[in-house]
Write a protein that binds this ligand. Structure first.
Ligand code: ADP
Ligand code: MG
Length: 403
């Protein structure tokens, strides 16, 4: 047995009510489980109880018991947690400690005062497990999101922990990189006897590989703990605000009668041919939707080129326009320039060539403040946006800002 919660309850000191309530959960050694649940349902809090952040750096009050490898968590020292549990977070930037990939991976070993002679081969072989062996001398900050995550992963793998805990590992990754991450996690799980816990609401991406159980949380409680196919058929995911895999919703929408035996949790294992006639019949009756006509042109980008370093263009000769009332989606893999485009439109950076116009205004003539009255931006990482301690002040900030 690896992890055992018994009627476990936890309340943050800052909150009046408990965040985790009556948790009963056993995760066995070598299992691979997926924890899903809407935002705020307590998934990360549960993870922090497993990795020792609670109670070691976050204060609160718990009752019931939590055993990790037979030890009562309350009595464990932080080092006992770090020897057993390795955590990879969504925001990998905050996890780097080394100046190079190699140094970062070696950090845990340095803390154990391992000799350099022993350390080198171990860092190398661990880097190989996550396909980073050729980038050992690079700075972690210069890597793509997927690569950063693999460095974090290697950093905990060198430690030879029993339990690998991933808290929303896919949140910042594009679908292809995310898929690769899931493959690497799966490979590690098969090749080692580690216990793997993945917290993630991108269900569809995680289920491209086998998981033993899906644990559904809501409101600080565990509402279901089932094998993936049964969970899919239970209807509980939708009921608790988790988006079902798109193919699953689409098949149901087309009128297909799915059963757990059809293995709906794993698209690659499904016998799609059985459903083809139903889907085709539905498709032939599908009428094209009327889309409301878009208005006049509002935002225009003409021949925009931008380079961060003066050598490589992050954006090259980009032109497009957006009309009033339109919904436009910009797609592209990690590093293709989507965020650079946003920064140019916001005015955080100026284009090397080209012109951005908004109605009759040339954006180059407007300050960031003036632009912000026309274009509102919500960024990927909310930490980059929030600048006040209290929610009231944060929301009111837009009213008090002066040029
Ligand atoms: P999830 O990971 O499922 O989104 P969390 O565990 O992060 O959920 O949050 C569950 C609840 O605990 C939320 O109401 C959140 O505001 C609260 N919470 C999370 N972290 C802290 C903290 N460090 N201090 C006080 N409250 C917290
Ligand atoms: Mg979370």
């Amino acid at each position: 047995m690896t992890i055992e919660f018994n009627n476990f309850t936890f309340r943050y000191d800052a909150l009046v009510n408990p965040t985790l309530k009556g948790i009963n959960l056993t995760i066995n050694k070598g299992e691979k489980v997926l924890i899903v649940g809407p935002s705020g349902s307590g998934k990360s809090t549960l993870g922090q109880c497993i990795n020792g952040l609670i109670p070691h750096s976050i204060e609160g009050e718990s009752s019931g018991s939590l055993l990790i490898n037979g030890l009562e968590a309350k009595t464990m020292k932080l080092v006992q947690f770090t020897e057993q549990v390795g955590t990879v977070l969504q925001d990998t930037d905050s996890q780097f400690v080394g100046l190079s990939v190699g140094e970062d991976i070696a950090f845990a070993l340095e803390n154990q005062r391992m000799s350099v002679a022993e350390m080198y081969p171990l860092v190398k072989s661990t880097a190989r497990m996550v396909e980073m062996e050729t980038l050992l001398n690079h700075a972690p900050q210069d890597l793509s999101g997927g690569q950063k995550q693999r460095v974090s992963l290697a950093g905990i793998l060198v430690d030879d922990v029993d339990i690998l805990l991933f808290d929303e590992p896919l949140a910042a990754l594009d679908p292809k990189t995310g898929k690769r991450t899931i493959e690497i996690i799966d490979q590690l799980h098969r090749e080692t006897d580690k216990t793997v816990i993945i917290i993630e609401h991108r269900l569809e991406d995680v289920l491209t590989k086998h998981v033993d159980r899906v644990i559904l949380m809501d409101g600080g409680q565990i509402v279901a703990d089932m094998e993936p196919n049964d969970m899919m058929m239970s209807g509980l995911l939708e009921k608790h605000g988790i988006r079902e895999p798109l193919y699953f919703s689409a098949l149901k929408h087309a009128g297909c009668q799915l059963k757990a035996e059809d293995k709906p949790a794993y698209l690659e294992q499904m016998d799609i041919n059985t459903f083809a006639p139903t889907v085709q019949a539905w498709h032939s009756t599908y009428a094209k939707q009327d889309v409301p006509e878009a208005g006049d042109t509002l935002l225009t980008l003409e021949n925009i080129t931008y380079s961060y370093d003066g050598e490589k263009n992050a954006l090259e000769d980009i032109s497009f326009s957006v009309r009033r009332g339109e919904i436009v989606s910009v797609l592209g893999k990690n590093g293709s320039g989507k965020s650079t485009l946003t920064k140019l439109i916001m005015g955080v950076i100026d284009p090397d060539a080209g012109k951005i116009t908004f109605g009759n205004d040339n954006f180059a003539d407007l300050s960031i403040y003036e632009r912000s009255k026309k274009v509102g931006v919500v960024m990927q990482n909310p930490n980059h946006m929030i600048c006040h301690h209290m929610i009231m002040d944060e929301v009111a900030f837009g009213f008090v800002i002066k040029v």
